[in-house]
Design a protein around this ligand. Structure first.
Ligand SMILES: [Zn+2]
Ligand SMILES: [Zn+2]
Ligand SMILES: [Zn+2]
Ligand SMILES: [Zn+2]
Ligand SMILES: [Zn+2]
Ligand SMILES: [Zn+2]
Ligand SMILES: [Zn+2]
Ligand SMILES: [Zn+2]
Length: 1862
């Protein structure tokens, strides 16, 4: 057999080759090889169509490829879905079913699975993903869909060997061709744009080939396993890639292979990976040190040689340092990435090409094959370092990151696989090393503490790597694998890894250092802080939480101990590196202390979950003192930032403070910090701790008994705020139990309560605000069962409500009453508040609750709460409350407050009392009595004897030595004892102590700083650590006290003679404003023990707090009780007395001010409610309104002249020709009526391809068809009087009811024009808002001056006969031309009338005005004007619910301006002459000669009367009558028109009969004609049938309109009913017209059946003889001026004579149906998913693409591309375009991807909101949460109502221009 030519028929060749193979003599293989050499020749373009065709054909072995696919697919026994998707794909996640949090399902599998009631959500994939259905390592089996649940692969037969035989031989060559192409196409230096293009081309060229491979993977398991074998086989790869396989191509193959080698070498993988990888191995082999990144980071021994080059002068703190070098020379990359199979090389190239999407998808599609998955994961790990390296260099790192994670998440989420590669491929080592390597590139020297002597290095947060979060994929993988217990264990066991990890974490320790600017405002605000917070959270905290998850059981305690040890080592290293001794640099802060936090969290875990002994994990005292410094510094800085001491650093510092406490960070930042401080406080000397706190908060100077003190660093304004901060911090520290004993449930509850107390929250906000407990085992995952349960325990749900005219509320949760009563905890609120105002808000709400429930009426103090039980390990914390230092501070502050020293505040007092109370609640175990025994000699400094607060409370301090400026008031008083001249230095001198002994009763000047120093020294000495130099106290403290502050300080002795108890009682008097207000309650009555329960008095103000403390004190000892009684017995003179008076004065003044404020507020509220009621009444159609003053015009007819108020100038007066008044109106084009349909049920929004909405049956379309038909056969001018237009694009006029002088309006507009920037509307378009009610408007409608006499003319007089009246009407019509109209003599009024008409005309588009054949002809204008009247009447009818049953009572169109509008229209219409020959009036009332149709051949005939629209005729006739229209004439017109209408009804119904019926009707009435009862319907029917039969009309219709024939048989009753229904729309229009023209009240009726009779009476159509109770028949209303049959014959003749020309249209024209249902929006499905699933991937019909932002018109269902360039027409985007065509400028669109509705109104638009809410009554804009959404019918009704009533402009706020870009 010869080498087959390429041109031969492929199936034949393939079949014969296959046959050759089965002979197994090797010839087949040889032949195939030769054929493939040709087909896949590298000289031919890759993926050439011909070549691919060959491959397919060969694989199929002669069969059709499609058939082959089918066959192979039958052997698919894969149980995994594995569908791979890319970014933006919509997928699902079910928390109930998922094992891994990364689990995701494709929509198909999700919908086919059983997830009802599960906690699932929909999401838009960002990085792409794959469906996990069927993978039981990722999700529970119960969630699998039916297709992937059947795990039994047994039913599928094994693959016949010959089926896949050809593929097995061909695929290696195909894949090799791909590799060749990849090798050829690559070139380095990606930054070059030309190379970039080349690479793109290479990728494009191979795309069809990769697609073929992808198609193969989709053929199922059988094909995938072949591919796996090919990709993974070493021999195949060796044979093919080495280039020896075919002699002819030797040179090419060699070159090709060289290119590969170059790429491999040139990939420039930095040696560090290599080195570290080997060092890891070293370590495993037992080496004691780990070398990373060419740096020595091990313990001390190794770097002896380096030691010298370092600054040797510092003995301490330089134990080691990390020195980095960037070695780039190691060539061993080739060894590591030595590729042994295709899979490896293909992945290599995939990385090189930066993860082309196509390749990624192919590689992922193979994953359902288990062997492949393992091989691929190993290969991936092998290339891991290389991948990350490429990522760092990539210039499109975002895309690449996503693609990397898209792959890695599929591999590492599987625990078994992750464990395997961790063990076999050192994945953990690689990851940590690469992380270190990454950060190595962006390190800077730390400037923390001692800038020169700092050897610490930190990451530079300004580097792109950190700013762009480039490390994200790596960290994400790391966290992912650490989430597996087995992997985490492996990590914790490996000390080398731990050490490396701590080194990594320390790179973030102290990053992004802030230095307080003291002089100049910082020049530019660095925005690096976000990168810093993100880095700490993601790179440090997340892995920490992943590890902590596994340290919760006792078995793991050794691991915890190890981590704690390494943390301490790392911290020690850090302190050494930054050269830290004991004091932080002032004015520096970093929020980043990850090492501290690691230590804290592992400690907490150890104590709480593993019950380890805390002390065994703690370092020595010295280290503890160091540990507390930096976290404390942060707390102090928070206070400084809130006290505005950092203003010069700009806003960003506030941003940092907020981020630090924010819910996503607090768990990993502030909480561990506070916990660590609590630990330190519990173990350190309390005096040392307390004095440190006050020193750090820089308030030491303020804590003097003297009224003045030396000015310290903070100015007085900051001082108070800082003191508040310090005390609050102490309270917080002592109260918080988050890590000290609260259970997870208690924590969640407290968090929830805190958030709810600040403000009512929606479910999703609350979810977001509750710090996610990162410990998954706790089960408290937001959204989980626990969360929901807890929520319902603490909160009540407030369902979403809609306030009429107000905003749409979402469903909210609000605290239960008991929560306020018992659980509200201000401390928790303070901890979690980002803004200080939130604390105030919580207090305000608390006050509201107390007032409402009558618990307390004043201004309450924060309630004091009992705390959860303290874990015994931390009970040392309470010693803080019992230390002398704190008591001195408390005493001093109580004294200062009672003396009214400056810079004290209620907040300070509140915190002081809180601390005292905390002390009383947490007394030390030694009893009080014991302490009492201690003698005075213990009181070395005359302050307090012991440390127990219960004892110290009653201890009286007589004299205190203070240091004051010479100018202080204390100096004026004669000093009592001392003559000490100790002026130089504050009391730390020993002389002070000596002095103290002299006057033993004088408490010493107390210095906190000195106290702290002394204690520090003590502790250090005790530790015997002599290496620490004694800090130079003097030098350090000088930082705090300004050395040259002016007033000299002198020591003086202050007489005090107070104890804390006496001070408390004084304060009680002060707080209550009464002298001696406190009286010990136990003295009042003997059995008051019950009242001693202090917890009864939780809610109250300061006096309540004092009382509570006194009771608690008294309960402690007899001594205390006695002291209190003693103090109370002495009538203490108020101190100072005048102060009290001034207090009282101040109070009075305050009271007066308060009253004035209240008055003012009341006034404001009244005004606001008045404005609000304007708004509501203007917008709320339903509510009846009795506001007579607001009624315009009509109701004031009784007055001689209507008087209008001008809302601008405030003057009242009539509207005159010279100075007309006008109504504020909004003109808008409307197509609402055009969207009415016949059926009362709204159309359903289509949600499948089968459903469709047809526009044919809308009112707008029907009228369009009708006018076109008429215009084809009849004279144009006549046509234009036979219909109404404006159903689409008509002009609706509405008013807020306010009037203004038109000249006032003009100047108002002028003023608006001047500050246009402020307006959201465009003044140039005439837009403005009503000066009174702020309603949107755009024109002014002049009011017609009304004369009193006119009303007399309107009075009905019934004397004239119909004939006379008809004559009169005709005469007035004739006069028309001569009628002197005011418009001819130009007055101001007439000018305004003209101008508003122009406005009305320009409101709508030209196409909605010009219906005539001659554009711009007066006929058009005429038609337009009466149509405006008609439209406004019909819209009013719609607003009244479509009928007039409710009459005037329910109708509150009190803002109607129809009366005025009709005047304006009438004035303009009278300018048009109706040619008397064509005046319909004559033809309606007279028998005329039948005009010979042959007058003029080119002239078309007039429209027959039977074709004419009767309501239109009514408008024409009524509005062309002279202005003072008499009511009798109006009635006459209605009567005459009713006759015509009746005839039309009969004619219409005659067409609905079938032929036999018609015959019966025709004959049955013959008899009655004899009776001459020509009025009866039967007679007329019979007559019309016979008349119309003459024209053969019925025959034409019968054949066409079979479908019209109803199955029901017509009875006289049904005929009567139908006639009434037919006439009702006319009655309603006429009734409303009469109502507005003559201002007579509309009647009303109970039932809809009565409406006809009621309106007939109202319109005076019924004969007076008729009894009011009689049933009304339609023919009663007939009143023929001529013999009825004659005139009807004449009308029928008009039709029959002209039918020849339009026999087909007769049906449409003659058979009218004036009944329309109310306009409705489309009916929406209950579940949003129904809409979303159909529309989010639906293609637009115009551009046939799936739009990026699809939108849906809720009026007509049109699907459009929002914002899409694809469907743009002349700069108008599709949505705007549609709003113009569909709603004449108004559009309502549902944005599919956002679930939100936008409304377009002209050139503006607004986001309306959503009508779909989740189970918690919340919107989900942009579907971020992806929870199921359900239709909220109330909201949808509101939307529809706003559409129908044209009130979008008034109700919705926040309009913005759309620039036609939607
Ligand atoms: Zn699936
Ligand atoms: Zn499935
Ligand atoms: Zn589920
Ligand atoms: Zn005015
Ligand atoms: Zn107004
Ligand atoms: Zn539409
Ligand atoms: Zn489109
Ligand atoms: Zn488009």
């Amino acid at each position: 057999m010869a080498v087959p030519s390429l041109r031969r028929d492929k199936p034949g060749v393939a079949a014969s080759l296959k046959a050759e193979f089965s002979r197994s003599d090797g010839r087949g293989s040889q032949l195939l090889s030769e054929l493939l050499d040709n087909v896949l020749n590298p000289k031919r373009p890759v993926a050439e169509a011909e070549g691919l065709e060959w491959c397919k054909c060969l694989m199929a072995g002669g069969e059709r490829f499609e058939d082959f696919c089918q066959t192979v697919r039958a052997y698919d026994h894969a149980t995994l879905c594995g569908l791979v998707w890319t970014a933006n794909f919509v997928a699902y996640r079910c928390r109930t079913c998922g094992i891994s949090p990364c689990m995701s399902l494709c929509a198909e599998c999700f919908n086919a699975g059983e997830h009802t009631g599960h906690d699932f959500n929909m999401f838009r994939s960002q990085a792409g993903g794959a469906c996990d259905c069927g993978d039981s390592s990722v999700m529970r089996d119960s969630g699998f869909c039916k297709r992937h649940r059947s795990t039994s692969g047994s039913s599928i037969p094994s693959v016949p060997s010959d089926l896949m035989m050809m593929s097995e031989h061909i695929l290696p060559r195909v894949i090799f061709r791909l590799v060749q192409h990849l090798r050829d196409g690559y070139s380095e230096s990606v930054s070059d744009p030309a190379t970039e293009r080349d690479i793109q081309r290479t990728l494009q060229q191979m795309e069809p080939l990769v697609s073929l491979l992808e198609d193969l993977t989709k053929m199922g398991g059988a094909m995938r396993s072949i591919l796996t074998r090919v990709l993974g086989n070493h021999q195949i790869y060796k044979d093919l890639s080495s280039g020896d396989f075919c002699t002819g191509e030797k040179t090419y193959a060699k070159k090709n292979y060289d290119k590969y080698l170059t790429a491999l070498k040139g990939s420039g993988l930095v040696s560090s990976e290599e080195r570290s990888a080997s060092s890891v191995l070293d370590h495993m082999a037992g080496a004691s040190n780990v070398t990373i990144l060419g740096a020595t980071a091990g313990a001390g021994q190794r770097e002896s040689s380096d030691e010298e080059e370092q600054d040797g002068s510092q003995g301490i703190g330089k134990r080691k340092r990390v020195k980095f070098c960037n070695g780039t020379k190691d060539p061993s990359i080739v060894d590591i990435l030595k590729h042994k199979c295709f899979l490896e090389e293909i992945l290599f190239w995939t990385v090189k090409y930066e993860f082309p999407q196509k390749m990624v998808t192919f590689l992922l599609n193979m994953l359902p094959d288990q062997d492949y998955k393992i091989a691929f994961t190993k290969t991936f790990v092998q290339h891991y370092a290389f991948i990350m390296k490429t990522l760092i260099k990539s210039h499109e790192s975002d895309t690449m990151s996503n693609r990397i994670v898209h792959i890695s998440v599929q591999l590492f989420s599987n625990e078994e696989l992750a464990r395997q590669v961790t063990e076999e491929c050192q994945l953990l080592e690689i990851m940590v090393t690469v992380l270190l390597y990454m950060m190595e590139n962006c390190l800077v020297k730390s400037e923390l503490q001692d800038e020169e002597n700092n050897f610490h290095v930190v990451v530079n947060c300004g580097e792109p790597l950190l700013k762009n979060n480039t490390y994200w994929p790596l960290v994400s993988d790391f966290i992912n694998i650490l989430s597996h217990q087995s992997v985490a264990k492996r990590f914790l066991e490996d000390q080398g890894l731990l050490q490396m990890w701590m080194n990594f974490v320390s790179l973030f320790q102290g990053m992004n250092l802030n230095k307080r600017e003291l002089n100049e405002h910082v020049e530019f605000e660095s925005q690096t802080y976000y990168a810093a917070f993100a880095a700490e959270l993601e790179a440090c905290a997340q892995p920490m939480w992943a590890l902590l998850t596994h340290c919760k059981i006792k078995d793991m305690e050794e691991y915890t101990r190890t981590v704690v040890r390494y943390c301490l080592d790392a911290l020690q290293d850090w302190f050494d590196a930054i050269n830290f001794i004991d004091e932080p640099s002032p004015n520096q802060v970093t929020f980043h202390l990850p090492l501290h936090r690691y230590y804290a969290m592992f400690l907490s875990k150890a104590v709480r979950c593993q019950q380890l002994d805390l002390d065994s994990l703690l370092p020595d005292q010295e280290m503890l003192m160091k540990l507390m410094v930096h976290p404390l510094q942060i707390q102090a800085c928070l206070s400084e930032i809130h006290s505005n001491m950092w203003v010069r650093n700009g806003l960003q510092i506030k941003g940092q403070a907020m981020t630090y406490v924010q819910s996503h960070f607090c768990n990993s930042m502030i909480d561990p910090d506070i916990f660590l401080l609590q630990v330190c406080a519990s173990r350190l000397d309390p005096d040392y701790f307390v004095s440190s706190v006050f020193e750090r908060f820089k308030v030491v100077d303020l804590l003097t008994m003297a009224s003045q003190h030396q000015d310290g660093a903070p100015d007085p304004e900051h001082e108070k705020s800082m003191l508040e901060g310090a005390l609050t911090f102490l309270v917080l520290l002592l109260s918080l139990r988050i890590h000290l004993g609260m259970t997870d449930d208690e924590i969640l509850r407290a968090e929830m309560v805190a958030q709810l107390c600040m403000s009512d929250r929606t479910h999703s906000t609350l979810l977001d605000l509750i710090p996610e407990n990162p410990n998954p085992k706790s089960g408290i995952i937001p959204g989980s069962y626990y969360f929901e349960n807890m929520l319902s325990a603490v909160a009540d749900f407030k369902a979403p409500v809609f306030e009429p005219g107000g905003s749409m509320q979402q469903g909210m949760y609000t605290p239960k009453a008991d929560v306020w009563n018992i659980e509200f905890d201000p401390i928790m609120v303070i901890l979690r508040t980002v803004y200080r105002r939130d604390v105030q808000s919580a207090m305000d709400r608390y006050m509201g609750f107390l007032k409402q429930t009558g618990k307390f009426d004043g201004n309450p103090w924060p309630p004091y709460r009992e705390r959860a039980l303290l874990n015994p390990s931390y009970k040392g914390l309470m010693r803080i409350l019992h230390c002398k230092t704190l008591h001195i501070v408390l005493f001093t502050l109580l004294y200062k407050i009672s003396m009214d020293h400056q810079n004290m505040s209620e907040h300070i007092l509140c915190m002081v009392l809180n601390l005292i109370e905390l002390g009383l609640d947490n007394l030390p175990e030694e009893s009080v009595e014991e302490e009492e025994m201690l003698g005075e000699e213990h009181c070395s400094d005359s302050w307090f004897n012991g440390t127990n607060i219960a004892t110290n409370l009653h201890h009286i301090i007589n004299h205190v030595r203070v240091r004051v400026p010479e100018t202080a008031p204390e100096m004026i008083r004669e000093p009592l004892a001392s003559t000490s001249s100790d002026t130089t230095c504050v009391q730390r001198s020993r002389r002070a102590t000596a002095l103290n002994r002299e006057s033993s009763n004088t408490a010493q000047v107390f210095s906190l700083v000195a106290e702290r120093r002394r204690k520090f020294q003590e502790i250090i000495n005790r530790n015997g650590s002599s290496t620490i130099h004694t800090p130079d106290v003097r030098a350090k403290t000088s930082k705090w006290t300004a050395p040259n502050s002016t007033p000299q300080l002198t020591t003086t002795i202050l007489e005090v003679r107070e104890s804390m108890l006496s001070l408390l009682i004084k304060l009680h008097h002060k707080l209550s404003g009464k002298q001696n207000s406190y009286y010990p309650c136990w003295l009042e009555d003997s059995e008051s023990t019950s009242r001693l329960d202090p917890m009864q008095q939780i809610h109250g103000d300061g006096t309540t707090a004092v009382e509570r403390i006194l009771i608690k004190t008294a309960a402690q000892s007899r001594q205390n009780k006695f002291s209190i009684e003693e103090i109370c017995r002495k009538v203490t003179p108020p101190i100072p007395p005048k102060k009290n008076v001034s207090d009282k004065k101040a109070l009075d003044k305050e009271e007066r001010r308060q009253k004035a404020r209240e008055r003012q507020q009341k006034l404001l509220a009244e005004f606001a409610s008045r404005q609000k009621s304007f708004m509501e009444t203007a917008m709320d159609i339903e509510s009846p309104d009795s506001d007579v003053a607001m009624d315009i015009g009509s109701s004031e007819k009784q007055d001689s002249e209507t008087v209008y108020d001008c809302v601008i100038c405030g003057q009242s007066g009539p509207s005159t020709e010279e100075r007309p008044t006008g109504l504020v109106v909004l003109l808008q084009a409307s197509s609402v009526l055009g969207h009415r349909r016949r059926s009362t049920e709204p159309k359903k929004l289509p949600t499948s391809d089968e459903e469709k909405i047809y526009p044919e049956d809308t009112c707008g379309t029907a009228h369009d068809v009708r006018i076109t038909d008429l215009q084809r056969y009849f004279k144009d001018s006549s046509c234009l009087q036979s219909v109404s237009i404006g159903w689409e694009g008509g002009v609706y006029v509405q008013t807020c009811g306010h009037t203004l002088h038109i000249d006032c309006h003009k100047s108002y507009m002028e003023s608006l024009r001047n500050d246009q920037v402020l307006q959201s509307f465009s003044v140039d378009k005439g837009e403005f808002t009503c000066p009174l009610c702020r309603q949107f408007a755009n024109s002014v409608l002049p009011c017609y001056p009304e004369k009193n006499e006119e009303k007399c003319l309107w009075l009905p007089c019934n004397n004239k006969t119909l004939h006379v009246l008809i004559k009169e009407v005709e005469e007035q019509q004739e006069q028309l031309g001569m009628f002197p109209v005011s418009i001819s003599s130009v007055t101001n009024l007439s000018k305004e009338m003209e101008s508003v008409m122009k406005d009305i005309r320009s409101t709508t588009q030209k196409k909605y005005i010009d219906y005539g054949k001659i554009p711009g002809s007066p006929d058009n204008d005429f038609l337009f004007m009466y149509s405006v009247a008609r439209l406004n009447l019909e819209l009013e009818l719609v607003h009244r619910g479509g009928n007039l049953c409710l009459g005037g009572a329910g109708a509150t169109t009190k803002r109607s301006c129809l009366n005025q509008l009709l005047h304006v229209l009438a004035i303009h219409m009278r300018l048009f002459r109706i040619d008397s020959a064509y005046n319909p009036w004559a033809r309606l009332t007279r028998l005329t000669q039948v005009v010979d149709s042959g007058i003029c051949d080119d002239e078309k005939p007039d429209v027959p009367l039977l074709y004419r629209d009767v309501p239109s005729l009514l408008m024409i006739l009524a509005l062309t009558m002279p202005q003072e229209l008499h009511k009798e004439h109006f009635t006459c017109i209605v009567k005459v028109l009713y006759n015509l209408l009746y005839a039309q009804a009969i004619a219409t119904f005659s067409f609905r009969f079938n032929e036999e019926e018609r015959e019966v009707w025709k004959n049955s009435a013959k008899l009655q004609i004899m009776d001459n009862s020509e009025k009866s319907s039967e007679v007329l029917l019979s007559h019309i049938i016979s008349e119309l039969s003459k024209g053969n009309l019925y025959c034409a219709s019968n054949t066409d309109q079979k479908s019209m024939i109803t199955t029901t048989i017509w009875s006289p009753q049904s005929l009567e009913y139908s006639i009434q229904q037919f006439c009702l729309p006319f009655f309603r229009t006429a009734g409303l017209l009469q109502h507005h023209l003559f201002s007579d009240d509309l009647p009303c009726c109970q039932q809809t059946e009565e409406e006809f009779g009621m309106l007939a009476r109202y319109l005076r159509l019924l004969p007076t003889s008729l009894n009011s109770n009689d049933e009304v028949k339609s023919f009663f209303c007939l009143d023929w001026p001529l013999p009825a049959l004659d005139i009807v014959s004449q009308w029928c003749l008009e039709v029959t004579t002209s039918t020849e020309s339009h026999s087909k249209q007769v049906m449409n024209l003659l058979v009218q149906d004036p009944q329309w249902s109310l306009p409705r929006l489309l009916r929406l499905p209950e579940n949003y998913n129904t809409i979303f699933q159909y529309y989010h991937r639906k293609a637009c019909v115009h551009c046939s693409k799936v739009p990026k932002d699809p939108a849906l018109c809720l009026v007509c269902g049109t699907f459009v591309c929002l914002k899409g360039q694809c469907c743009k027409q002349q700069s108008y985007c599709e949505c705007v375009l549609h709003s113009q065509n569909c709603g004449a400028g108004t559009g309502i669109f549902l944005l599919i991807n956002a679930s939100v509705i936008i409304v377009i109104r002209g050139h503006r638009f607004c986001v309306w909101g959503s009508v779909y809410l989740d189970a918690h009554g919340e919107e989900d804009r942009d579907l971020r949460r992806g929870k199921p959404l359900y239709l909220c019918n109330e909201r949808y009704k509101v939307l529809e109502q706003q559409w129908v009533t044209h009130t979008f402009d008034h109700i919705n706020k926040r309009w913005g221009p759309h620039y036609n870009g939607l």
